[in-house]
Design a protein around this ligand. Structure first.
Ligand code: FES
Ligand SMILES: [Fe+2]
Length: 445
């Protein structure tokens, strides 16, 4: 990571720190954080390099020798499967170590990756294979591809930019691998992928994703099929009691062992934002489909539909929803100060019938994300007005509030070396993570 003086002038540094210190706790951010290209550049230099994100599903590299090009923030990277093991995937910058050409221009398969410029060849483990043209005295071992930190967790391929500043991923890998495999993530194939380019700052997109306060006015379909909205989208004692009873009834059907997988969190979500929450879909629905009926075969070795959904946080910008028979993978990709790509990928069991209907499978999150794009873009329009002032988060938006506090505290630390403390737990539920803690057991590492 570059020295802070190279990233930001002293005056600019003072300005941003003042903006952070002026923040009113549990209120939305000041306008500059949602609009200012200089702050986006600061995030690009300081904050994004600390984040682990999903860059692919392992099935996108189906066999030894497969390699694909992906984007990691604004860097192009290559993912290469170099062995037969499920985790034998390496990541490199797509930069030739001869004179810097893009090495791969399209996805492919082979024993070597060959640069289109002067045909230097690299192994899938990154070493330079070409030897004969090297000038005397040049050590080919020093000309391997530049590695990108990567980790395969239960079928998800994660990458991050800055080895020295990325949080330790091993506790999350140890805690989540089995849970992901139990949900069939490692044995899945992609059935659909859509990108929803949203004209809004990535923090507006994320804040929206982290709360369900908007679900009643904005998402009629989502509101209809998800029982948790009784506590996540409204504050109604009677409905909350109903939901509590529904969770208890579900508990008695699935048994203690399954119910005890209710919540998994590593303890400090501030520095390691990985978690799983489990909840019933509700109203006797077997899966998240329009009519509640299955849309594909069971995943992960399950033998019956239990009507549950598992929601995974995979770092700050990636998520996964897992009802019994399909998966939805979410990637929030910041593009600029006012554009964010939201990429959704739907997966089913590798052996699912070839005739499964992608429309039925993608129905709920597609309709919901189209609506989210619209409301978030409207949010961004208003935030850009001279009349915008920060507003208060309600109790149903406490996860968005917590994200904002954490973000500011981390930015402050990155700019100045010290931070205002913001240690607290993810509190209220969101669209994806809706289990009220009081109703589920909690397991911690
Ligand atoms: S730049 Fe790749 S071989 Fe020359
Ligand atoms: Fe939404």
């Amino acid at each position: 990571m570059p020295a802070i003086e190279k990233v930001i002038s002293a005056t600019e540094r003072e300005r941003v720190v003042r903006l952070i210190d002026d923040h009113r706790k549990d209120w939305s951010l000041q306008q500059a954080f949602y609009l200012d290209p200089d702050i986006f550049e600061l995030e690009r230099q300081l904050w994004f390099p600390r984040q682990w994100v999903i860059v692919a599903h392992a099935s996108e590299l189906p066999e030894k020798g497969s390699y694909i090009i992906r984007n990691l923030f604004d860097e192009e990277i290559i993912l290469a499967r170099h062995g037969d093991g499920p985790d034998d995937i390496a990541a490199f910058y797509n930069v030739c170590t001869h004179r810097g050409s893009r090495l791969c221009t399209k996805d492919g398969r082979g024993r070597l990756m060959v640069c289109p410029y002067h045909a230097w060849a690299f192994r899938l483990t990154g070493e330079l294979q070409t030897r004969r043209d090297l000038p005397e005295g040049v050590n080919p071992d020093e000309l391997g591809l530049h590695k990108v930190p990567s980790k395969v967790i239960g079928g998800l391929v994660l990458c991050g930019l800055e080895p020295a500043h990325l949080p330790d991923i091993e506790p999350a890998a140890a805690g989540l691998t089995d849970l992901l495999l139990e949900n069939g993530v490692g044995n899945a194939r992609i059935i659909a992928r859509k990108s929803y380019l949203t004209k809004a700052n990535w923090k507006l997109v994320l804040e929206n994703f982290l709360e369900c306060y908007h679900c009643r006015p904005a998402h009629p379909e989502y509101f209809r099929v998800n029982g948790h909205v009784k506590v996540t989208a409204m504050r109604d004692e009677y409905k909350a009691k109903e939901w509590q009873e529904e969770i208890e009834a579900w508990h008695s059907v699935i048994g203690d062992a399954e119910f005890d997988k209710g919540v998994w969190e590593p303890g400090d979500l501030d520095t390691t934002p990985f978690a799983m929450h489990r909840k019933p879909i509700g109203s006797g629905r077997l899966t998240l489909s329009d009519d509640g009926q299955p849309v594909s075969c069971l995943m992960g070795g399950r033998t019956n539909y239990d009507g549950g959904e598992n929601g995974f946080r995979i770092g700050r910008l990636s998520f996964l929803s897992a009802p019994n028979d399909y998966l939805t993978m979410f990637q929030m990709v910041p593009r600029s100060a006012n554009e964010t790509d939201v990429i959704l990928t739907w997966l089913v069991d590798r052996d699912a019938d070839a005739n499964v209907d992608p429309e039925k499978i993608s129905w709920m999150w597609d309709v919901t994300t189209v609506q989210d794009k619209k409301i978030t873009e409207d949010n961004a329009e208003g935030v850009a007005s001279r009349a915008y002032r920060p507003g208060p988060y309600t109790p149903l938006e406490s996860q968005a509030a917590f994200f904002v506090e954490t973000y500011l505290s981390q930015m402050r630390e990155l700019i100045t070396g010290d931070r205002a403390s913001s240690k607290q737990e993810w509190g209220a539920p969101s669209q994806l993570f809706a289990s009220p803690k009081a109703t589920c057991n909690t397991r911690r590492l």
